[in-house]
Design a protein around this ligand. Sequence first.
Ligand SMILES: O=P(O)(O)OC[C@H]1O[C@H](OP(=O)(O)OP(=O)(O)O)[C@H](O)[C@@H]1O
Ligand SMILES: Nc1ncnc2[nH]cnc12
Length: 172
Amino acid sequence: MDYKEYIRVIPDFPQPGISFKDITTLLQNGEMYKNAINELKKMVSALKIDVIAGPEARGFVVGAPLAYALGVGFAPIRKSGKLPYETIEVGYDLEYGKDRLAMHTDAIQKGQNVLIADDLLATGGTISTSVDLVQQLGGNVVGAAFLIELSALNGRAKLPGVEVFSLMTYED
Ligand SMILES: O=P(O)(O)OC[C@H]1O[C@H](OP(=O)(O)OP(=O)(O)O)[C@H](O)[C@@H]1O
Ligand SMILES: Nc1ncnc2[nH]cnc12
């Protein structure tokens, strides 16, 4: 299936030089959204997964349905100041900015196998920060799954030892 047909590419958003991969055009097609999640489910089928962790906001629209499809829990990774209970936080750089991510201290139980899921892997800043948070909580990161990987930004280099799964790859 050519999932790329359902991705809208917007040049120079949110700033000049960024080729933005808009997944909303995939999400609005129920059949293709379902196919994409089921395909990711197949890609990670060899892994033993106890829980999926996904960073807001777009990580939720991939991670939560994947968790539902696998019958495992979902642990939200949120931007600083959004989670109501006790948290741990880590700062990071994005392809277009800076931010801080947080998790509840009880979101992952020590020794749980965690798959991290997001819509897109660019520089890897978001996901390496997510890996850091999960590991700080005692989780064992068994893989990272994405709809899209921007290969030229080499986000994989920031994820040593983490098995990376992506449905689509773009050069830029
Ligand atoms: O690999 P990286 O360089 O870290 O970039 C990828 C991240 O950037 C986007 O999120 P963004 O922070 O824009 O937030 P959003 O999901 O709330 O739109 C995207 O959803 C990934 O999480
Ligand atoms: N090029 C891009 N398109 C969509 N989301 C992104 N997040 C980081 N880089 C991105």
